[in-house]
Design a protein around this ligand. Sequence first.
Ligand code: HEM
Length: 138
Amino acid sequence: MGDLREHPNAIGTAVEEFLRMESSNQLGNRRAATDAVLGDISIKAGSYLHICIGAANRDPGQFTDPDRLDIHRQPNRHLAFGTGIHACAGMSLARMEAQVAVSRLLQRFSRIEPSAAPVRGGRARFRGFISYPVRLGA
Ligand code: HEM
C-alpha cells in the first residue's frame, strides 16, 4: 500500500477497486416495464429481475483478471452503485467517506497487516465483514 501515499489520485483509484471486488450491495432488483431482449435472453414485461451486481463486477468480459485486487485498475467500470436513474443517491458521500478513511489510516499507521482470519457476514445481498482483525504499526 506504500505507493498509495505517493500518488494524488491513487486512493480514489484503490477505493473504486475495493468497491468492485467487495461490492457491499451484491444484488439489485428490477421489474421489466416492457418486453425486452438482453443478450440471448427474452424478458417479458412485468417480470421480476434479480440483478447480480457482484457477478457483473467480476465479469471477465469487462475486467482483466477479475478476481485479482488491482488497486491501480483503470478503467474500472464497476456497478457497485447500480446504474441508471435509480443509481445510488449516496455514491459521492460513500466514495468520499472511504477515501477519507483510507487516507487517514495510512497517515496514522505505517504498517497495517491481518492478525487473524477475517469473519464474513454471510448474507447474500449485503457483503461485508463481522470482524477483520489487523495489527497496526505506527
Ligand atoms: C459503499 C456504500 C454504498 C453502496 C455500495 C451503495 C449501493 C447502492 C446500490 C447498488 C443501489 C441501487 C441502485 C440501483 O438500483 O441501480 C443504491 C441505491 C441507493 N442508495 Fe446507496 N450505496 C452506498 C451508500 C449509500 C449512502 C451513504 C447513501 C445515503 C447517504 C445511499 C443512498 C441510496 C439511495 C437513496 C438509493 C436509492 C436511489 C433510488 O432508488 O433512486 N447509499 N445504493
